[in-house]
Design a protein around this ligand. Structure first.
Ligand SMILES: CC(C)(COP(=O)(O)OP(=O)(O)OC[C@H]1O[C@@H](n2cnc3c(N)ncnc32)[C@H](O)[C@@H]1OP(=O)(O)O)[C@@H](O)C(=O)NCCC(=O)NCCS
Length: 185
């Protein structure tokens, strides 16, 4: 496995690559009573919305135009978030394909009643597709990982990409097989 995407799977050679730092973004938000679930902690969907917002901003910045969420996976909630906590959602492009980007997101919380450093409370990986005015996928600049951490994230994103494609292919094959055998949903 290499640090860069293979030529057939990477950004257009006509578009200059962009370093990871060019689009890295942090979104910060104080949690309020409007954000809570029945247990009084912050609703997971509120955090997912912030994750999608931050990742979308990164994907738009990197691709230089509109980008839509194609998938969200491996959303992990590690610790509850509470009212008053200052939540920081940090996002960066981990990997680029031809028209899609994997964005990695870390969610940190500064506890309103503690003077401790922010703790990680969640993480997620999302795939965004850059789209044109008709909503059709368009080419994206190749991301250029800068640090060793960026390079590790790039390589890990390639593994997730391989698994996503394999899983989708396996499910489509199974559906085609069942349809050919006359089974209907
Ligand atoms: C995402 C979308 C643009 C893909 O369009 P498409 O016609 O299927 O185009 P493609 O199959 O060429 O996919 C485009 C890229 O997205 C990737 N992709 C598509 N679906 C994906 C999925 N479910 N998971 C991961 N990647 C996906 C493809 O691998 C491809 O990447 P690549 O060019 O880097 O290889 C289209 O499905 C769409 O508009 N979906 C709705 C998005 C949306 O509205 N999101 C907000 C939800 S409210």
């Amino acid at each position: 496995m290499t640090d860069q995407a293979p030529a057939s799977d990477s950004g257009s050679p006509d578009i200059p690559g962009k370093p990871t730092s060019a689009s890295r973004t942090t979104l910060s938000h104080i949690m309020t009573h409007n954000d809570t679930n029945l247990l009084g902690t912050v609703h997971g969907g509120v955090i997912m919305k912030l994750v999608d917002d931050a990742a979308g901003a990164v994907a738009g910045r990197h691709s230089g135009g509109p980008a839509v969420t194609a998938s969200m996976d491996e959303m992990a909630f590690l610790e509850p978030v509470r009212v008053g906590d200052l939540v920081h959602v940090k996002a960066q492009v981990n990997w680029t394909g031809r028209t899609s980007m994997e964005v990695g997101v870390r969610v940190l919380a500064e506890r309103w009643n503690e003077s401790a450093p922010a703790t990680q409370v969640g993480s997620a990986y999302l795939v965004f597709a850059a789209v044109d005015a008709d909503g059709k996928p368009r080419r994206v600049p190749q991301v250029l990982p800068e640090t060793e951490r960026d390079k590790r994230r790039y390589q890990e994103a390639q593994i997730r990409r391989t698994h996503r494609l394999a899983r989708r292919r396996a499910i489509m094959d199974l559906r085609e097989k069942r349809a050919a055998e006359g089974f209907e949903d």
